[in-house]
Design a protein around this ligand. Structure first.
Ligand code: AMP
Length: 393
C-alpha cells in the first residue's frame, strides 16, 4: 500500500516525498479515506502513530479547492509545543501547495500571530486560551472554517479546556466536518463526541495501550537515591535521546541541573521557562545538541523526536493514561524504545494499574554495582543541631 492510492494532489505528494514517507501508517491508511469523503472521524491513536499526517494530508487536499486567504480549517491543540509541531508538519507537507498556516498559543506576544492572520492563512493551529483572546479582540474570523480538528482531546479535557472548546465551537458557522483524535476515550470525551460529531467513523489503532515496540522495566529505588540511580543508569545504558519525566517543575529543573553538573548534555523543559527558552530546549533536543531532556507531563506534550530511545519515569505518573502518553514518546513509527520507571514503596497501586493496561507483569530490575543502601544525604538547609534533634526524636 502506498500514498498514491489516496490520489492526493501532486503538490501534496511532493511534501510526502520530501518527508521521506513511503508507506502510510495504520492510522493514515484507515482514516485518510473517510476524511477525504468528508466524514467525521474519531481517531483513537496515541502520538507516534503518524496521526498528524493522517489529518493534515486530507485537510490540505480539501483546502486546495477552497478560496485562499480565509481560514478553512482549525486544529485545536492542548499545548503550544503540539501546536507548533503540527504547524511545522503542515509547513513541511504543504510546502508546495501554497496553503498557509499560523500557530496560535499564549506565552508569546500577539503581534506576530496577528500579522500572520492579517497576511492571510488557510489553517489555524491553536491552543484554546489564546485563540479565544484573538476571537474576542476580533483578530480572527472562524466563520469560514469547514474542517475542525480536535487533537489529543483527552489531554485537552485533563487540562480543563472543555468550556473554551464550547465557546470556540460557537464561532464556526460553516463547520462541515469534525475530526477528533485522542489516545484514550474517557467519559468527557465520549460526551463531546456525541454532542458535536455526526455519524462518525471510529478508527482505532491499538487499544490505547503503550506502543508494542516499547519494552518496559521497573527499577525499585528509595526516593532519595533516584538521581544517583538515574546518573548510573544513563552511564551504563546505550542510549540515543532520552526523555526523563518528573512530577514537578522544580524537580525537572533540579534533576537536569544535577545531570548537567556530572557531564550529561541535559536540560529541562517545564512551565517555568519563557517561551523562548522552551523553544530553545526543544530545538536543541531535536537536533541532538541536548541528549537528555527532563520534563513534566504538560511541558512534554507533543514532543516529537524520532530518536528518543528511552523514556525514564523518574517519578511514577499519576494515571495509566499519563503513562501511555509518556511512553508514546519512544518507539515512534518504526523505532523501538525502552521505558524505565523508578518505583518507590508508595507506587504499588499504580504499578498494578499499569500492568493491567499492559496486560503483563513488568520486569523488575536492579542496576549492577549500584549502592541501594546509601543513606539519604543530609539536607544543607537543616542546621546540624536540628538534624541531631530530629534523629533523637
Ligand atoms: P505523529 O504521531 O503524528 O506525532 O508522528 C510521529 C512521527 O512519525 C513523526 O516524526 C512523523 O513525521 C512520522 N511519520 C508520520 N507518518 C509517517 C509515515 N507514513 N512514514 C514514516 N514516518 C511517518
Amino acid at each position: 500500500m502506498s500514498f498514491e492510492t489516496f490520489n492526493f494532489d501532486r503538490t501534496i505528494m511532493a511534501g510526502v516525498r520530501a518527508l521521506g514517507y513511503v508507506t502510510p501508517t495504520p492510522i493514515q491508511l484507515q482514516s485518510i479515506p473517510p476524511v477525504l469523503q468528508g466524514r467525521d472521524v474519531i481517531g483513537l491513536a496515541q502520538t507516534g502513530t503518524g496521526k498528524t499526517a493522517a489529518f493534515v494530508l486530507p485537510v490540505l487536499q480539501h483546502l486546495l479547492q477552497r478560496p485562499r486567504g480565509r481560514i478553512g480549517a482549525l486544529v485545536v491543540s492542548p499545548t503550544r509545543e503540539l501546536a507548533e509541531q503540527t504547524h511545522e508538519t503542515i509547513g513541511d507537507l504543504g510546502r508546495q501547495t501554497g496553503v498557509r498556516s499560523v500557530a496560535i498559543y499564549g506565552g508569546v506576544g500577539m503581534e506576530q500571530q496577528l500579522r500572520k492572520l492579517r497576511q492571510g492563512v488557510e489553517i489555524a493551529v491553536a491552543c484554546p486560551g489564546r485563540l479565544l483572546d484573538h476571537i474576542w479582540q476580533g483578530n480572527i474570523d472562524l466563520s469560514h472554517v469547514e474542517v475542525l480538528v480536535i487533537d489529543e482531546a483527552d489531554r485537552m479535557f485533563d487540562m480543563g479546556f472543555l468550556p473554551d472548546i464550547r465557546n470556540i465551537l460557537r464561532c464556526m458557522l460553516q463547520k462541515k466536518q469534525t475530526l477528533l483524535f485522542s489516545a484514550t476515550m474517557p467519559d468527557d470525551v465520549r460526551r463531546l463526541v456525541h454532542e458535536i460529531l455526526q455519524d462518525p467513523v471510529t478508527v482505532q489503532i491499538g487499544h490505547a495501550a503503550p506502543a508494542a515496540s516499547v519494552s518496559h522495566t521497573l527499577y525499585p529505588v528509595k526516593q532519595h537515591l533516584k538521581t544517583a540511580l538515574l546518573i548510573e543508569l544513563l552511564r551504563q545504558t546505550k542510549t540515543e535521546s532520552v526523555l526523563v519525566f518528573t512530577r514537578t517543575k522544580y524537580r525537572a529543573e533540579r534533576v537536569a541541573e544535577q545531570l548537567y553538573k556530572v557531564g550529561f548534555k541535559a536540560t529541562s523543559l517545564q512551565g517555568n521557562l519563557s517561551q523562548y527558552r522552551r523553544q530553545t530546549a526543544l530545538d536543541d533536543f531535536r537536533s541532538g545538541r541536548i541528549k537528555v531532556l527532563v520534563a513534566t507531563d504538560v511541558a512534554a506534550r507533543g514532543i516529537d523526536v524520532l530518536s528518543i530511545s528511552h523514556v525514564i519515569n523518574y517519578d511514577m505518573p499519576d494515571t495509566t493514561d499519563a503513562y501511555t502518553h509518556r511512553i508514546g514518546r519512544t518507539g515512534r513509527v518504526d523505532n523501538t524504545g525502552e521505558a524505565f520507571t523508578f518505583v518507590t514503596s508508595e507506587d504499588g497501586a499504580m504499578v498494578r494499574d499499569v500492568e493491567q493496561v499492559l496486560k503483563a507483569k513488568v520486569e523488575r530490575r536492579t542496576l549492577p554495582g549500584f549502592d541501594y543502601m546509601a543513606p539519604a544525604p543530609k539536607s544543607p538547609f537543616v542546621r546540624p543541631q536540628f538534624q541531631l534533634r530530629r534523629r533523637m526524636a
